[in-house]
Design a protein around this ligand. Sequence first.
Ligand code: IPM
Ligand code: MN
Length: 352
Amino acid sequence: MKIAVIGGDGTGPEVTREALKVLEAVSKLEKFSFSLNHLDWGSERYMRTGEIIPEGGFDLLRQHDAIFLGAVGHPDVKPGLIEKGLLLVTRFKLDQYINLRPVKLYPGVETPLAGKTPQDIDFVVVRENTEDLYCGMGGFLKKDTPDEVAMQTAVYTRKGCERCIRWAFEFTRKRNNPKGKHLTLVAKTNVLTYGHDLWMRTFEEVAKEYPDVKADYNNVDACCMWMVKSPEFYDVIVTTNMFGDIITDIGAMIQGGLGVAAGGNINPDRGGVSMFEPMGGSAPKYTGQNVINPIAAIGAMAMLLEHTGQPNAGARVLKAVQSVTGTKMKSQSAGKMGHSTSEVGDLVCAAL
Ligand code: IPM
Ligand code: MN
């Protein structure tokens, strides 16, 4: 397995180191080999060279089986610049059309939702990752005048929503929730009467091919309410890019915060290269202190393994993570874990 590693900025490299430590340990147990290609892409390089992804960078990424990304973002670089120039561009260029975000409360992890347990908070959001308001379509008219007009266009295509919806149905079927296979489309059909009408019609059509999956619909505002009130209602959610961005931040909080939330940008097609990352940012103020929580990064590594041909290794890492959160960690917040960053990585390896 050939993995491109972008440690990135701030605490990104610190959490990446722990994820790689766990990869090394599980590769021995599961008897597979891997090679790493460390890429110095990120803010430091940008400030030095003016370049975020070097010439030929995407061709280079395409030669790997997967990409692991630590975090990007630097206080001296304009907010959004690196995120757009690295993360969003890679999603588009490598056509990573699924953004997969498990919302799973691990044992021992505190959720802000009173009375909810790991049995209640265990669902997955499948976010479309290449269309919607993220296409950067739009423009200004009469810019910087009192008559200024700004337009930002949400783009939805039949192909784009269908491939995402179909993948979500397949995923729901494979996940095979013992409480019943249940896929909820989250959108806003009552207001977005063109774009989300396309999503709804496509969803209803594809649903016919999956009679074993209960196909459901929630408006996005109601979904925000239910995620907080009754998260146990959900099994798998499929949603548009912008709404997916927003609701997965709620998801991250109810599963215990950015220290634990992980995600994957997946191109499921043959030869597609997917990228896995902890959801948190580069947390610059903690850089170099060995206090940041690596659990999200280790969870992202588990997802990488699961989606690149090593599902047993992925499941083993996830189990080890849950044993560590359940029995060894005081908190999931930076500096309050009862252990350093590298100790948490060691604990996961020991649990493996
Ligand atoms: C995410 C992030 C990105 C997004 C930002 C950094 C552009 O919030 O991965 O959810 O909006 O998709
Ligand atoms: Mn986001």
